[in-house]
Design a protein around this ligand. Structure first.
Ligand SMILES: Nc1ncnc2c1ncn2[C@@H]1O[C@H](COP(=O)(O)OP(=O)(O)OP(=O)(O)O)[C@@H](O)[C@H]1O
Ligand SMILES: O=P(O)(O)O[C@H]1[C@H](OP(=O)(O)O)[C@@H](OP(=O)(O)O)[C@@H](O)[C@@H](O)[C@@H]1OP(=O)(O)O
Ligand SMILES: [Mg+2]
Ligand SMILES: [Mg+2]
Length: 362
């Protein structure tokens, strides 16, 4: 389809792009007999996008769009007020909008235009928008090899009655402290409950998860005596960004560990409005090497490959923590669809190559 959209010589204009002078053409759509009139100079991959303005700002950065244009990729905003089938034609549709109506529009469009790659299928995205189903594929995978083990925290779903929470927690054997997260992953408040009684203060629908300590690794203290505490901001979390077959891992600061002593002395529920975004990058921090060490590459490769297939997604990230006191016990605590790729070094090249590979493989 994209091959049918052609640049016409008479349409071309010059523009300064970075250091280079480039011929940038006006886009021309093939239908209505336009495309055939102009001799094709370059095949263009047209990416229609439906994103929030926040996402457009963080993702479609000018240098990214420029690089994409150089490689023959054009980003075209989708007009939500007009039928999708009247727009384009697109080679790829990139989206992160929610709502039943939008899902239906995309599904109909995907069925009617099987040659267009919809990134990603709305059904598959729904699975990770609900924290009840989000981590199910990781749990089913039960990944364990020489490089380590990957699991998910024990969790419990509470749909309605807050008064039922202490009993339900007791019955399930979930251990304190407990992290409470909104059932729907678009909401990001997080609470940490230190005692059973306080759990009644939480507001369902939510998912309760065991809190996994993921700070300094005590096991190594025998070898390296504890250093003055440099990691004051808490544990470290690994953000594993996936773009098709490519994986990039970044470090972020996370919540500090809760010791047994602290747990026995504390009570109540502590609320955090948006921990993950408030947390600073830990990539440049002076961390203890054993905390900073990234999860083994082969383990991440295997995990990403399996999850891509099982989730049916190509654009997502995983929040992974390494359990305190262990060398290779990993937990996936969160999966995000189409996360903040703008924070990923070299995302411009990774993403443009990925988009081109999608069209080539067709
Ligand atoms: N089970 C857990 N054990 C330990 N720490 C946790 C656990 N769950 C969450 N956290 C901490 O709380 C933070 C927020 O949790 P989570 O990532 O699930 O929320 P989110 O709102 O979906 O985040 P994001 O902005 O990445 O979408 C994590 O980044 C981590 O620091
Ligand atoms: O805000 P950023 O662009 O950085 O991206 C964040 C993204 O927000 P946006 O899609 O609205 O932009 C969030 O999406 P929703 O859960 O709210 O849908 C979620 O995926 C975060 O995990 C992303 O942060 P990251 O995990 O990559 O650090
Ligand atoms: Mg997260
Ligand atoms: Mg999340």
């Amino acid at each position: 389809m994209g091959g049918e959209i052609t640049y016409g010589k008479s349409e071309a204009r010059e523009e300064i792009v970075g250091e280079e002078k480039m011929v940038v053409a006006q886009r021309r759509y093939t239908p209505a007999g336009v495309g055939g009139v102009f001799p094709p100079l370059m095949k263009v991959v047209v990416v229609g996008y439906a994103l929030t303005s926040k996402k457009i700002k963080s993702f479609l950065q000018p240098q990214f769009e420029r690089l994409a244009r150089k490689k023959g990729i054009l980003f075209v905003p989708i007009d939500l007020k007009r039928p999708l089938s009247d727009q384009g034609p697109f080679d790829i549709v990139l989206h992160k909008l929610s709502g039943k109506e939008w899902r239906r529009v995309l599904e109909d469009y995907g069925n009617a235009n099987p040659e267009v790659t919809v990134l990603d299928p709305p059904d598959a995205i729904q699975q990770v928008y609900n924290r009840q189903s989000m981590l199910q594929d990781v749990a089913d995978l039960n990944l364990s090899d020489v490089y380590g083990k990957v699991g998910v925290p024990k969790q419990l779903v509470i749909k309605k009655d807050p008064l039922s929470i202490p009993g339900a927690v007791n019955k399930s054997g979930l251990r304190l402290p407990i992290v409470a997260k909104p059932l729907f992953a678009k909401s990001h408040e997080l609470s940490l409950a230190y005692d059973e009684f306080s759990l009644q203060k939480l507001e369902p629908p939510l998912v309760l998860q065991e809190f996994i300590n993921h700070g300094m690794r005590e096991i190594l203290y025998g070898v390296f005596p504890p250093l003055p505490c440099r990691n004051l901001q808490g544990g470290v979390l690994f953000k594993v960004y996936i773009v098709g077959e490519t994986i990039k891992v970044l470090r972020r600061f996370s919540l500090p560990d809760v010791s047994k002593r602290e747990l026995s002395k504390s009570a109540g529920v502590y609320r955090f409005p948006r921990v993950s975004c408030a947390a600073a990058s830990a990539d440049e921090a002076d961390l203890d090497p054993c905390v900073a060490e990234l999860p083994p590459r082969p383990l991440l490769e295997k995990l990403a490959k399996e999850l891509r297939r099982r989730l049916g997604l190509r654009l997502f990230n995983l929040d992974i923590i390494r359990e305190h006191g262990t060398r290779d016990n990993y937990y996936v605590i969160d999966i995000n669809y189409f996360p903040g790729y703008g924070k990923m070094p070299e995302y411009e090249h990774i993403f443009t190559d990925f988009l081109l590979s999608l069209v080539q493989s067709k």
